[in-house]
Design a protein around this ligand. Structure first.
Ligand code: CAA
Length: 258
């Protein structure tokens, strides 16, 4: 029996496009799918030919959450012993820039997956939500933390306690989403943004990502110092020499990822 892969992996130049492929279940994220997604993103991270990753779903659903059917019968010891969802967190340890291209529903674990990416490009039909409360649970893959940091306490409480959805416009206004584009263009726009990123120096892009992430994880004084030290460190790269020389010479830089 041949079965469809959970995740489609496509290389487009220096961009890896990962497409969740369980449309019959609105891309509900079961364990196998998340393992495949993390493995594919980890491979892209390690591949010097790849400069950025785009994660997307289908037109109707980026992902409608963790797979409820897979979890429904589990008991506390099964969840605790397997440290359920732990592997998802590995996505956030990757250094390569990652963009979520969201069309349709990004709910529960789907919204959390989008928030684990570095930024979200949303189709104008996108709907974000953390509806776990309706199932008698709460967000389990970082939603209560990342949504709160993204949109602030008032909106995070509203979303997580009522389970309501946010449309693309509200999500952009609230700071959850970087850009809204017509729904049909969301993958192309995200791939184009990823191509722009991939045309830069990969190590410097990874360092810049680390610096922004420090804003979530440290206080201001520590974060600013961390940034300044990183800034000093990029002067050890050939790409800094090339980038600044190209500016002075009025030409396009050719980064070598060194
Ligand atoms: N898990 C498993 N299956 C799911 C699913 C999920 N999260 N979301 C949708 N599906 C399945 C449905 O069961 C249905 O399957 P069948 O055809 O076999 O019945 C199929 O996908 C299509 O879904 P619907 O018929 O429900 O489609 P709809 O258009 O009527 O509704 C929806 C769309 C509003 C998104 C609805 O599917 C829905 O509410 N889904 C669940 C959303 C949710 O609660 N997500 C949170 C999950 S828990 C979580 O994510 C925990 C965490 O923090 C990590």
């Amino acid at each position: 029996i041949t079965s469809e892969p959970n995740v489609l992996i496509e290389k487009r130049g220096r961009v890896t496009l990962l497409t969740l492929n369980r449309p019959h279940a609105l891309n509900a994220l079961n364990e196998a799918t998340m393992n495949d997604l993390v493995a594919a993103a980890t491979a892209a991270d390690a591949d010097p030919e790849v400069g950025a990753v785009v994660i997307t779903g289908s037109a109707k659903a980026f992902a409608a959450g963790a797979d409820i059917k897979e979890m429904a019968a589990k008991d506390y010891m099964e969840m605790y012993s397997s440290d359920w969802f732990r592997n998802w967190e590995n996505l956030t340890r990757l250094r390569i820039p990652m963009i979520a291209a969201v069309s349709g529903f990004a709910l529960g674990g789907g919204c959390e997956l989008a928030m684990m990416c570095d930024f979200i490009i949303a189709g104008d039909n996108a709907k974000f939500g953390q509806p776990e409360i309706n199932l008698g649970v709460l967000p389990g893959m970082g939603g209560s933390q990342r949504l709160t940091r993204a949109v602030g306490k008032a909106k995070a409480m509203d979303m997580i306690l009522t389970g309501r959805m946010m449309n693309a416009e509200e999500a952009e206004r609230s700071g959850l989403v970087a850009r809204i584009v017509p729904a049909d263009d969301v993958v192309e726009e995200a791939v184009q943004a990823a191509e722009v990123i991939a045309s830069k120096s990969k190590p410097v892009a990874m360092i810049a990502k680390e610096a922004v992430n420090a804003a979530f994880e440290t206080g201001l004084v520590q974060g600013v110092l961390f940034e300044r030290r990183l800034f000093h460190s990029v002067f050890a790269t050939e790409d800094q020499k090339e980038g600044m020389a190209a500016f002075v010479d009025k030409r396009t830089p050719e980064f070598k990822n060194r």
